[in-house]
Ligand binder design. Sequence first.
Ligand code: FES
Length: 108
Amino acid sequence: MPNVTYIQPDGSRATLEVRSGQSVMDAALQAGVPGIVAECGGSCSCATCHVHVDEEWFVRLEPPTAIEVELLEFAADARPTSRLGCQIILAPELDGLTVHTPAAGNGR
Ligand code: FES
């Protein structure tokens, strides 16, 4: 199973083994990782699962859909490496993926 590391704004981190096919958001919710709210439950309509992806990993992800790009415009502290955690689906080649939860938070 691929490992995903979640880094908090204070530098604390959690590394989870995530089943392939599961999203970065789902795994974070199941493990109680702070900073991932996921109000819409993964239907790509809230942006409260916003993460900053490490640059080295960002380029390896499938490109975002137009809807994801549009939603990210409303995410606090959006950056060029921003993605929605519910839209990043784990696969073996993503073993080692590292994401950061935004300092601005994902609450509404
Ligand atoms: S959980 Fe709502 S957009 Fe990702």
